[in-house]
Design a protein around this ligand. Structure first.
Ligand code: HEM
Length: 369
């Protein structure tokens, strides 16, 4: 069932397409990863925090800079992977403040994001019509206390309540977990389609066929009902998982396949390795969306493809991320084709921080159909 969020995503796709129209008219290649970053940030702010900004139209660039800066700081700082693993999303704020104390630029970006979140929270408190807007932020605020209460943990009620500072920390977790990851998924899908024109044509045919039969379908409907679109995105997430690893900590000693894991030990799951191992995939370097057709999946261990993790602590934003990415691709491919240009980097260089991103952006051309 479509929701208000889906209408909001549709609106953000429209804004993105206005910018793409301008890029296409100029005829030059451009960094589509950067644009997707603005698109997912704008969408996240609107859907989760009820906050309308026009990053795509060039407003609020400090915010985009701060989010991008946070990731760049992490990739360039002298942090160990262990620190990154320990920080994994929910405890990120503790981690970044620890690193922030050592790396000034990170604290600048972090401070900006923190201050922006606090500002959004305060302005939402001042809005009397907030009851209408039951988004993520409102749910957190409904569970809130005043910052003065933070140290007064005498009553169990106060212990449960969230202060503005804690809410800001959770907002930051959401920015980090959901914005860059989805922008990367979109950018990798577009990149792979530009390098594989036959697969791109097959996808566009599937989209056209769907709209011929469902003339007035919303982007949400299309995102849920075109199987080949799902296969394309799953294959892009296989080749370039935005989160290249995850981890678990043993809460009791256990032995699996003869290997003993002592209580407290950290186990790392190398998502990228599982996705590219020839033990799991034929010709893993080849872009082949058919791997995700029902026949393609037959007999394959489901744990060989885990872009959103696995089990009770898997990604809570998966459905939203897939809907957003699919709606966005449909909105673009109904009008344009992605085309490789001389400055499209092949093979693509990546950089690693909390996510795996294109090191130098992704430059492509758009051709109107
Ligand atoms: C293509 C986009 C995305 C990818 C590839 C992705 C991937 C992941 C992965 C691999 C994990 C770790 C899961 C595990 O250890 O089993 C995770 C956790 C998480 N993700 Fe995502 N994610 C994406 C989008 C999002 C979005 C849009 C949101 C928020 C709206 C989000 C929120 C979270 C949160 C809060 C967690 C921590 C869950 C927990 O620890 O219980 N993610 N994600």
């Amino acid at each position: 069932m479509p929701t208000n969020d889906d209408a909001l995503v549709e609106r953000k796709c429209d804004t993105l397409n206005i910018i793409l129209e301008e890029k296409c008219a100029k005829g030059d290649s451009f960094d589509i990863h950067h644009l997707y970053g603005q698109f997912t940030l704008e969408t996240m702010l609107a859907v989760a925090f009820g906050s309308e900004v026009n990053l795509l139209k060039g407003e609020g660039s400090l915010l985009t800079e701060a989010v991008a800066g946070l990731f760049d700081d992490l990739s360039e700082s002298i942090i160990t992977w262990e620190e990154v693993f320990h920080s994994h999303f929910p405890s990120l704020l503790t981690f970044v403040s620890k690193i922030g104390a050592r790396f000034l630029p990170l604290s600048r970006h972090l401070k900006y994001l923190n201050d922006t979140s606090i500002e959004i929270i305060k302005s939402r408190r001042e809005q009397n019509d907030d009851e209408k807007c039951k988004d993520f932020l409102r749910l957190l605020m409904d569970a809130s206390a005043t910052d003065d209460d933070e140290d007064k943990t005498n009553s169990s009620q106060k212990k449960m309540a969230l202060t503005d500072q804690q809410i800001a920390g959770l907002c930051l977790d959401f920015f980090v977990a959901g914005q860059e990851t989805t922008a990367n998924a979109l950018a990798y899908s577009s990149y792979l389609l530009s390098l594989n024109p036959d697969e791109q044509e097959r996808l566009c045919e599937a989209i056209d066929n769907y709209y011929q039969e469902n003339e007035d379908a919303s982007l949400y409907d299309a995102s849920q009902n075109i199987p080949y679109l799902d296969w394309v995105i799953q294959e892009a997430l296989r080749m370039y998982p935005p989160a290249p690893l995850t981890k678990r900590q043993c809460n009791k000693t256990c032995t699996i396949n003869g290997i003993t894991f002592p209580k407290g030990s950290l186990v790392i799951f190398p998502i990228q390795y599982l996705h590219c191992s020839p033990d799991n995939w034929d010709e893993p370097e080849v872009f082949n969306p058919n791997r995700f057709s029902p026949e393609g999946k037959e007999g394959r261990n489901p744990l060989s493809h885990i872009p959103f993790g696995w089990g009770p602590r898997s990604c809570i934003g998966m459905r939203f991320a897939l809907m957003e990415a699919k709606a966005c691709l449909v909105s673009i491919l109904r009008k344009y084709r992605f085309e490789r240009s001389p400055d499209t980097q092949v093979p693509l260089q990546l950089k690693f921080s909390l996510t795996q991103s294109p090191k130098n952006g992704i430059f492509l051309k758009l051709i109107k159909v």
